[in-house]
Design a protein around this ligand. Structure first.
Ligand code: NCD
Length: 365
């Protein structure tokens, strides 16, 4: 069964063809308005969301399908202690495709192991958010015409900003991409993104805490919100929350064809005065997201019968370690096996297959 848990579950050719379908839907929506007649999408949102959930629902309705689901954990059986795995099996009997947002990292992957229908990861903790990446890629393609040789700046909370992690993974597959990571040092990208994605792909990247100095070189500026809900210390959030505020005066030295993106919601990292600037693309980005989700639903329903070759099957697995990430789905999911994949044989590094965050050597207890 084909699911979308990580953006790398799709090849660049598949992403290109999903973008082509999304562009065609945008031009000719009537041709798609009956494509999902009789089909149901379940949206299981264990964490708040406006854009992503409504965008999925609008996407399914515009394809002629129906939607069922819930928008907060307390109105689901999870509040009674039901596991993700059981929920996935049950909902497979009610829907043809399931979108899941969950605060625990790895939860949609667990669901995809048990479900009988495709699972779409609509955001898992601070980990990944592949459908936002599809929206982001469509925005870049539409605004810039190509992905090659772009300099892309990511600014804000790069540690907890899951949209950033997924978009970096997707972009490094295109040639000549340069990445500038702009954040306070406390909010830099996690090591799995730096080591296994940026360094492994040989991408030209640099880290800085200065938005002003980075701005003139950028083709794309991807602003993000400081993710209050993922901080363990309120004091630390208060100290970092206004690290970057993009205002019209800061944009004076930026390129004339800069594309300013933001996954939204915005708190105050982009001043409202920037909305009038023709370089502001963040509201268009939400609309592009709906068309991409329509194209993705069609793609996964088409693929439903094909057997996916799981990424992790190619790796060596070990089973005798416990994941130390308190946000990992293994901390709450009863009887979920602890499995680690070896990512670097020479340096003895392995990583939890569910949340990917735990690195340690085999010798360590
Ligand atoms: C993002 C998310 O939920 O990760 N928003 C979204 O999906 N549109 C970004 C955020 O919450 O800051």
């Amino acid at each position: 069964m084909r699911s979308l848990i990580d953006i790398l579950d799709l090849s660049t050719q598949e992403i290109d063809s999903i973008i082509d379908v999304a562009a065609d839907i945008m031009k000719n929506p009537a041709a798609y308005s009956e494509k999902c007649r009789g089909k149901k999408l379940a949206t299981l949102f264990f964490e708040p969301s406006t854009r992503t959930r409504l965008s999925f629902e609008a996407a399914m309705y515009e394809l002629g399908g129906n939607v069922l689901g819930f928008s907060e954990a307390k109105s689901s059986s999870a509040a009674k202690g039901e596991s993700m795995a059981d929920t996935a099996v049950v909902v497979s009997g009610y829907a043809d495709i399931i979108a899941i947002r969950h605060p625990k990292e790895g939860a949609p992957l667990v669901a995809s192991e048990k479900a009988y229908v495709p699972i779409i990861n609509a955001g898992d903790g601070g980990h990944k958010h592949p459908t936002q990446t599809l929206a982001d890629l469509f925005t870049i393609k539409h605004e810039k015409g190509h992905f090659e040789n772009l300099t892309v700046g990511f600014c804000g909370d790069l540690k907890f900003g899951r949209t950033v992690h997924s978009l970096i993974e997707a972009l490094v597959r295109y040639s000549g991409i340069k990445i500038v990571l702009i954040s306070p040092k406390e909010l830099r990208v996690p090591s799995y993104v730096k080591r296994d994605v940026l360094e492994k792909s040989g991408t030209d990247y640099r880290e800085t805490d200065s938005l002003e100095s980075a701005l003139p070189s950028l083709d794309i500026l991807y602003m993000t919100r400081i993710q209050k809900e993922r901080f363990t210390s309120e004091e630390e959030y208060e100290r970092l929350k206004d690290s970057y505020i993009l205002s019209p005066d800061k944009l004076r030295d930026a390129k004339k064809d800069l594309c300013i993106m933001h996954p939204l919601p915005r708190v105050n990292e982009i001043s409202v005065a920037v909305d009038k600037d023709p370089r502001a693309c963040y509201f268009k980005q939400t609309l592009y997201g709906k068309y991409m989700r329509m194209a993705l639903i069609l793609f996964l329903l088409d693929e439903k019968q094909k057997l996916a070759e799981k990424k992790k099957d190619n790796r060596r697995l070990i089973y005798n370690r416990i994941c130390k990430n308190p946000n990992c789905i293994t901390s709450t999911e009863q009887e979920l096996p602890q499995i680690f994949s070896v990512v670097n044989e020479e340096e003895n590094i392995c990583r939890c297959i569910w949340c990917e965050s735990a690195y340690f050597s085999f010798g360590e207890k």
